[in-house]
Design a protein around this ligand. Structure first.
Ligand code: C5P
Ligand code: MG
Length: 190
């Protein structure tokens, strides 16, 4: 079982790249943000619980996100591998992922980060906000809050995965094709 965490700040291109990588490597793409947005749109109880956090650019509490991720993995066990996008975003979530993988007798294949400068990313997100319909993409304060959340809660994962020798990073600035190429080079060497 291949299990890859695609890591990076908001707007780094995780979703865009996942769309290519899932085809190329026959992986199940799980975007926690997309699952949340699906639940918001359909007014499910999960969507209700997550709504205010997402609207404010805050992270949804770990228990909610971890339960959701676990369900998504359970539903898709027969696949060739997983590409996690937007999960984990906290140490607690990373530990939960480790536990989940262990319980299945799977190993984390790698974490691959898309690196890019905040100012470029905020501009990218504002641009995306013109068409994404996402309220959290349209307001610079909310966007900045997502970066504050990233710096405080998500950035510590870099050391978490480095300590396990699972951390790889590629330059996230370039054309979509160039970046897919860089990610593929890393994956092909795993
Ligand atoms: O990954 P994406 O940027 O699409 O996530 C959108 C929002 O979903 C985040 O800003 C956050 O509110 C919520 N989210 C979360 N925890 C995750 C993934 C997403 O709280 N692990
Ligand atoms: Mg995304």
């Amino acid at each position: 079982m291949i299990t890859i965490v695609l890591f990076g700040k908001p707007g780094a291109g995780k979703g865009t790249q996942a769309a290519f990588l899932k085809e190329k490597y026959n992986l199940m793409h799980i975007s926690t943000g997309d699952v949340f947005r699906f639940n918001l749109k359909n007014n499910t109880p999960l969507g209700e619980k997550a709504k205010t956090f997402i609207d404010n650019g805050e992270l949804v509490p770990d228990e909610i996100t971890i339960d959701m991720l676990r369900d998504e993995v359970e539903k898709n066990q027969d696949c060739n591998g997983f590409l996690f996008d937007g999960f984990p975003r906290t140490i607690k979530q990373a530990e939960a992922l480790d536990e989940l993988l262990l319980s299945k007798d799977w190993d984390l294949t790698a974490t691959i980060a898309l690196e890019a400068d905040d100012n470029i990313l905020v501009q990218r997100i504002l641009e995306r906000g013109k068409t994404s319909g996402r309220s959290d993409d349209q307001d610079e304060l909310k966007i900045r809050n997502r970066y504050a959340e990233y710096n405080e809660k998500t950035a510590p994962l870099i050391d978490y995965y480095k300590a396990k020798n699972k951390y790889h990073a590629v330059n996230g600035i370039g054309t979509i094709e160039e970046i897919t190429q860089r990610l593929s080079q890393v994956i092909d060497q795993l």
